[in-house]
Design a protein around this ligand. Structure first.
Ligand code: GRF
Length: 304
């Protein structure tokens, strides 16, 4: 399948004829399904949309820390939802972010460029103004505010969120710097389908309180000579779900936490894209003891 035809699966979902920001009640007029059912979408004010034509990222920089530097936007054509050769169904992805969203951007870019056989159909955030959410709006990706809190009364409840993700026909949920605990409802609704990326070699330096620069400070203070990202399935606790993939990154003697964070983040972008490629190609297999493994594309009898 040519890259241009792959790029627009994402765009073809943008069937929205008017616009509303999260700051005001939702009143967008929606064009007919497949993706949105008017009754669902119009009744949820926490879904914000921005009208956007079909878009694609070109000439991007994978290693940037923020989406802003990421890419130019270009209109592209249509794509197919099934690979006629393999029979694989193109997957629909939800990405959850709380910050800059550089992992979100590298996944979006890989999807638009065709290496990931899937489309990001919705972004979920607990911080309506974070870089990742702003970037999603710019690209015409619907944004859901979650959870509902005292300060964010128009956020979604867990039940609303599950209904919304079902409405978008989401196959996989990708946490990419989302700092809130995932509610049991969502975990039950998406068994073996929610992934998180953590910036240390779990089970070391994980769990509640280990996030952002705190992780890298703790790694350096421990004297560990190696660190690196871990991608794991998500359970009801912080960072305890089954490990799916890891990448080792050296810790240098003079590293600051910022130096180490930058080195790890660069590997995060590569690793997350590789893992999302694998899940979208149904290349995950579960060992008898419950450990998930990724089949190699070149040889399905080998694992990575
Ligand atoms: C990454 O370091 C990730 O491992 C952690 O949060 C950070 C998110 O970075 N969970 P970004 O928002 O993707 O740039």
């Amino acid at each position: 399948m040519g890259s241009n035809s792959m790029l627009s699966g994402f765009c073809s979902n943008t069937r929205i004829s008017s616009i509303q920001s999260t700051k005001t009640p939702f009143s967008a007029t929606l064009l007919p399904p497949p993706l949105f059912t008017p009754s669902f979408a119009q009744s949820h004010k926490w879904v914000s949309f921005k009208v956007s034509p079909c878009i694609s990222l070109r000439a991007s920089n994978r290693n940037t820390r923020s989406c802003r530097n990421s890419a130019a936007v270009q209109v592209v054509g249509m794509s197919s939802s099934e690979d006629s050769r393999t029979g694989l169904k193109r997957k629909k992805l939800a990405v959850f972010v709380s910050g800059g969203g550089s992992n979100f951007c590298s996944i979006l870019e890989a999807s638009l460029q065709g290496s990931i056989f899937g489309d990001i159909v919705v972004l979920v955030t607990n911080k309506r103004g974070c870089g990742g959410a702003e970037f999603a709006r710019e690209k015409g990706i619907p944004v859901i505010l979650f959870p509902k809190t005292k300060d964010e009364a128009d956020g979604a409840s867990p039940t609303d969120l599950v209904a919304a993700l079902r409405g978008f026909e989401v196959d996989f949920v990708l946490l990419a710097g989302y700092l809130k605990l995932i509610p049991a409802e969502l975990i039950r609704a998406y068994p073996k389908s929610i992934l998180n990326i953590h910036p240390s070699l779990l089970p070391a330096f994980g769990g509640k309180g280990y996030y952002g620069m705190k992780v890298h400070k703790a790694v350096i203070a421990s004297g560990a000579r190696f660190s690196g990202p871990t991608i794991h399935f998500v359970d009801e606790h912080y960072d305890t779900g089954r490990i799916l993939a890891q990448r080792v990154v050296p810790v240098s003697p003079n590293d600051t936490p910022e130096d180490l964070a930058a080195r790890v983040l660069q590997e995060e972008h590569r690793l997350y894209v590789e893992v999302v490629e694998a899940i979208c190609e149904d290349r995950i297999t579960w060992r008898q003891d419950g450990v998930p493994l990724i089949r190699r594309k070149e040889n399905p009898n080998e694992f990575r």
